[in-house]
Design a protein around this ligand. Structure first.
Ligand SMILES: [Zn+2]
Length: 145
């Protein structure tokens, strides 16, 4: 089945989110339907904000920055959307926080805000928006972080 191709080189934003398949559909829908953004570069890395704020391996941080170089220079993005999620394997999952969602959320918010400061310093004039994909009654809800 063919898909429509939009031949242009300006994107509105780059979105950085975790590779976790359980959040893929919701994340894509959230970006296009709730944030109303159609032209977005997608960067998926396990742990999302953790790769910038508190990387297990500095190569992960470099990978994010390499992708953002393309987004900022070639696609001229004006915003970076950074999305973490609950029960993230890169954080050890919910069990690493005694199955306490608030405890895990707190750690994500810390990294999200630290990552925001790093990104805004590196990419002047690019606005960074933070979100956290929470799970409530088996539904994924995106909260501002
Ligand atoms: Zn994850």
């Amino acid at each position: 089945m063919p898909y429509k191709f939009i031949n242009e080189h300006h994107a509105e934003a780059a979105a950085i989110f975790c590779i976790d398949f359980r959040f893929k559909d919701a994340t894509i829908k959230f970006i296009s339907q709730e944030l109303k953004m159609k032209k977005v570069d997608l960067i998926a890395l396990a742990g999302a904000s953790k790769t910038i704020a508190n990387p297990k391996d500095l190569a992960h941080k470099k990978t994010v920055f390499d992708q953002l170089e393309v987004s900022t220079k070639l696609h001229n993005i004006k915003e970076i959307i950074l999305i973490d999620h609950l029960d993230c394997g890169a954080y050890g999952g919910l069990k690493a926080f005694d199955n306490n969602p608030e405890k895990e959320k707190k750690e994500h918010f810390k990294n999200l805000n630290k990552a925001k400061a790093i990104l805004e310093k590196k990419y002047k004039g690019v606005k960074v928006k933070l979100f956290f994909a929470n799970i409530k009654s088996n539904k994924i809800i995106f909260e501002k972080a």
